[in-house]
Design a protein around this ligand. Structure first.
Ligand SMILES: [Zn+2]
Length: 319
């Protein structure tokens, strides 16, 4: 069984500064943390998918070319890194089109997949599946099944195919999430790997292997670094904003020291592959659940959904 290893490649300092209205350039942390991740994967002879934020890629094209040259997949993490429910359908199409063009220009390789920032695809945005197909993508990994299931949407806890009436189809590889006491954590990656007991992750891996389903791991490139995130912030920020970023940085850094060790152990114990490779294997199996995009769009707009700020994705620090 090949599981799916994914990396969200983004520059934490630039994103956080932009959320506070500052026009900061991409920091050296972006390329540095990606190269550390590449070295970790090399050490375990493993290839992965890197979902890259397009403007960060444009600022550091060399490291993005290096991702592809070292045998990994480069996929889209959008242009603006905004939560998907802030987009109109037209804005979303434009974001995807521009991000795919940017990445394809840099690597010379076709972009096949997309991940929404914060896994923020909710039922109200089911129109996104058709937009992704229109932009030439064939898989997506943007939603958390638990959040949809809580809204009464009929999603399985496994990859599934979304079909259009015209015969086109897109594969969705969702993130799973579970309640762990007061914490809702996605399986597996990010905060779950940093904060919860490692046995939680191993139990999930055991379940996926038993059920003959791939696990999907996600990690941010900046989590694969022992550095203090604050060290990469630009100088000259107002004191009040520095204080806000300090709080965010501290939240992100909780458990960060455990991440490299957890990843090494998972890379050692299990076989991992890029999402494009596992996506092709899953399609060949031919036994995936199939859902109609029209049905998802209808349910999403009919009001089966009540909340627009779901718990897991409501806070940048909850990643
Ligand atoms: Zn992201």
């Amino acid at each position: 069984m090949q599981h799916i290893f994914t990396v969200d490649a983004e520059d934490w300092p630039q994103l956080l500064c932009s959320y506070l209205g500052h026009d900061c350039s991409v920091s050296e942390q972006f390329a540095l943390s990606i190269r550390r991740t590449l070295d970790l994967l090399d050490a375990h002879d493993t290839h992965a998918t890197f979902f890259v934020v397009a403007p960060h890629a444009a600022a550091e094209p060399e490291v993005v070319r290096e991702i592809a040259a070292r045998g990994h997949e480069v996929a889209s993490h959008g242009v603006s890194h905004a939560k998907l429910y802030t987009f109109s359908p037209q804005q979303f199409r434009e974001d995807i089109r521009r991000s795919a063009e940017t990445l394809e220009e840099i690597t010379g390789e076709k972009v096949r997949g997309y991940r929404a920032p914060f896994f923020s695809l909710m039922p109200q945005q089911s129109w996104a599946f058709e937009a992704l197909l229109d932009c030439g993508l064939d898989y997506d990994s943007s939603l958390t099944t638990l959040l949809w299931q809580r809204e009464g949407m009929p999603l399985p806890d496994e990859p599934f195919i979304c079909e259009l009436p015209d015969g086109r189809e897109i594969l969705e590889v969702p993130a799973l999430a579970r309640r762990f006491g007061p914490i809702t954590g996605r399986l597996i990656g990010g905060r779950t790997l940093r904060v919860l007991p490692f046995g939680t992750t191993l139990a999930h891996m055991h379940d996926r292997e038993r059920d003959d389903l791939p696990a999907m791991l996600y990690v941010h490139s900046y989590e694969v670094t022992p550095d203090r995130l604050m060290g990469y912030l630009p100088s000259g920020l107002p004191v009040a904003d520095r204080a806000k970023l300090f709080v965010s940085a501290k939240a992100f850094e909780v458990g960060m020291g455990r991440m490299s060790r957890a990843l090494s152990e998972l890379l050692e114990r299990y076989k991992w592959a890029p999402m494009r490779e596992v996506a092709d294997e899953l399609r060949e199996r031919g036994d995936l659940p199939r859902l109609q995009i029209e049905d998802l769009v209808r349910r999403g707009t009919e009001g089966a959904v009540t909340s627009s700020q779901p718990e897991v994705q409501s806070n940048v620090r909850a990643q």
